[in-house]
Write a protein that binds this ligand. Sequence first.
Ligand SMILES: [Zn+2]
Ligand SMILES: [Zn+2]
Length: 304
Amino acid sequence: MTHPVLHLTEPAGSRETVPGLPPPDCRYDRQVSGSSPTSARALPRDIAELKALAQRQPELAPAAELQISLLETIRRVQGRLTTPWVSATSDELAASLARGVPLLAFDQIPFEWNDVRLLIRQIADILRRYDAVDADGVTALHNAGRAADLPERMRAWFAGIPSPDVEMLDEVLVWAARPYLQRTAEVLQQRVTFEAWGRPTCPVCAGEPDFSVITANGQRQLVCGRCLVRWAFAATDCPYCGNHDRSTITSMATADGIYRVLICQPCGRYLKALDTRKADRPLLPYADPIMTLPLDAAVMRRAR
Ligand SMILES: [Zn+2]
Ligand SMILES: [Zn+2]
């Protein structure tokens, strides 16, 4: 089998979860959000799974190999990072969350700008190698990485303001910022729980979710597309537009039930999920998005 076989299921809202039902596999994801495994330890398994995927599904090999290259590049920076100093107490952090204010301000992120510039250059070169940008595109990315206004670009990116004048720059900044965001997020989530957050964007960096996890007890956790923090969110609501009319949210799943995708009809966006009740492992935040590319393709085909 090359592609997971997809089938349409009933609207997500009509799928019931039974409170208190013992999970079939409770070895993983017993933790609630705020205690997901740290990036540095999780990476080797992501890389091993991506390598296996490239062997198993040759049509996904370029995407898997691109992801491995990006991962190995940011790992080199992660190895050099010091632990950021966070002066806020647990009570202060909890109070901030209770007010609906994400924990991380841009000026608190310990960017090492020389390393960020080098990362941007390396990431651009990798994108070029895999034909994700053309020769002019890679030059523009190199220039943006060298430019004096890079910190301001990064600040705008962090505030959710895109840089459409340079092709792929926003994607490159996600990768270049990630080691710093993630390390700071790891420190913060040791101090405070995100259990009561319940909002559609990240409690640490205010980023949008990019993936999700269905935990052993049927709860859904969203995974930040920037810092990879996880937090609990209503199981079938759309985090992008707030739609909670279950009759307008379509669910698709792989035949093995390990992956699902919820498609929101009003806003047209969708969110993939790993169902840990069916998968025999925790989320692999770098590998699962690539393993589920056939799901993206299926969503696109439906949209046509
Ligand atoms: Zn985040
Ligand atoms: Zn929506």
